[in-house]
Ligand binder design. Sequence first.
Ligand SMILES: Nc1ncnc2c1ncn2[C@@H]1O[C@H](COP(=O)(O)OP(=O)(O)OP(=O)(O)O)[C@@H](O)[C@H]1O
Ligand SMILES: [Mg+2]
Length: 586
Amino acid sequence: MLSAEVANRIAAGEVVERPASVLKELVENALDAGARHIEVELEGGGIKLLRVTDDGCGMNAEDLALCVLPHATSKICDVDDLFRVASFGFRGEALPSIAAVSEVDIVSRVRESPVALGLRVRSGRIEGPMPASGAPGTSVCVRGLFAEVPARLRFLKQERSELAQCVDTLVRLMLPDNSVSARMVHEGRTVLEIPAALDRRQRIAALLGDELAQGLLEVHGGESGLALEAWIGPCSLVRRTSQEQHVFLNGRCIRDKNIAFAIKDAYRELIMPKEHPVAVLFISMDPAQVDVNVHPQKSEVRFRNRDAVVGLVRSVLRRRLLAEPGERRLQMPAAEAVREIAALQSDWGGVLSAPALAASAASPAQIHAKAGHRCNTLARLPAHSGPDLPSIVRDGPLHFMQVHRAWIVVESSNGLTIVDQHALHERWLYEELLQRFEAADVESQALLVPEQVQRTSQEVALLLEHQPLLARLGLHIEPFGTSTILVRALPLALRRVGAAELIDEALRVLADEGGGSSASVLVSALAADLACRAAVRFGDRLPDEEVAALLQWWQRNPLLRNCPHGRPVAAGISLQELEYQFLRKK
Ligand SMILES: Nc1ncnc2c1ncn2[C@@H]1O[C@H](COP(=O)(O)OP(=O)(O)OP(=O)(O)O)[C@@H](O)[C@H]1O
Ligand SMILES: [Mg+2]
């Protein structure tokens, strides 16, 4: 039989990893107690001292005496309650676990009581409750985290990084409820100040930054007992990691790889595969429809109907993204900067050399700043002021020209558009492949002599596992010994690409996406890669008829603005902007 002290330490290992996890538990308790304001004080990144003070309901003597004992939760009573948990806490494990690996002092006062009560826990020994002084609410102070558990102490990072994680944790905890305010002070310095906010956007701005919050698109959706409120970045606002994706379920921050995948899928083909969108999602549902008692830290949950949640996230986000105007604007130097240079040049009575320009009053940094400002302004112009090639040249003759064997310059009624020939052709082939795939009608061309392609036996096995899928894409293969594949037919649309190359593409996609992805994801990824391989390249001279065919296809499909890998197909500039750039208009 384990002693209570040992048992608590084992439990502590699951709940308490570092200062940030202590902070999470204490702030969740404060929120469960109905706090309107929460103060956090830290020393040494929270390792030396971590105190959370709230103005919530407080604890009476009886609750206080129980709160550090294992499983003494006041939040649920019976097993049924476990299936409709509406509070953050329900395990009655956090405080005992924290007290098992640190020194804990609690001061608490219920509103009706004139005095506060204190409780001390030292090495598992509980002292109190005893009279103390304090305002209504609760203050929990945790000192010397893991001081007596050296094995754990070693795993902590430097103060600075522990502090950063604490800040992150508080930010996440404060996102769902606009009305609660909080402050975090580290060694006397305020590191985070979160005022009560009027609305969600204001709260997001306070926590994630003004600029980001202003750019986010708001969208709502839902169905029978399931509601989604999403704040998502437009396709132009992407990050290198998924760190700026926050998912809340009934106010609880969760990590769920299915939802993460649904977000990624909503942005599929709209951003580059390595880019990560910004997204803050608030999902609300009947607590009975979800099990939060999966993991001690409660960040993982199990949905009764996972497909409904994932499907809702994907469709709501996707619909919103496709409704966004998609034209890209060519980013030109700011007209202000152009004017400024022109003014300088006339001051100097002639053409200015670059060093002279640099030495002059308008520093490049200033010009750059102005250019940046101008670009931002352009980005905010209403969408219809941009050129819109497909809808505009629909009825008239196409005026275009291929330049540098790479770009197609097209006249549009209100400006000009530059098309990336490879990206557009890639998109065309991709759409065709997908359509044919859906209609089970991918034309393939049998090879007169089947081609043998040698690969490792694992690769051959992987290919054969997906043989039917590849066949539907027009790539017919057969086993030929353990390390050779016999290619019998290739997709007609991709006849420029050789058998060995197609096999390599297929292997790459299967290795990247094969594990657990749905067939449709696999097909899109494969089709995207195959289309990229087969499309005209940069450097290919295109006869006018081919250019015209490309543009005509695009006219019929004006919504397709990106290649399947997310790169823009075209960018344009309006006459109005051109006139502005050439100083014909103010
Ligand atoms: N800030 C607080 N204000 C009022 N009561 C509190 C506060 N913190 C803790 N308590 C009381 O102490 C009990 C134990 O807290 P603890 O965090 O250990 O468990 P829990 O929140 O019930 O469950 P979990 O382990 O899932 O967090 C709570 O049920 C609550 O009654
Ligand atoms: Mg708790």
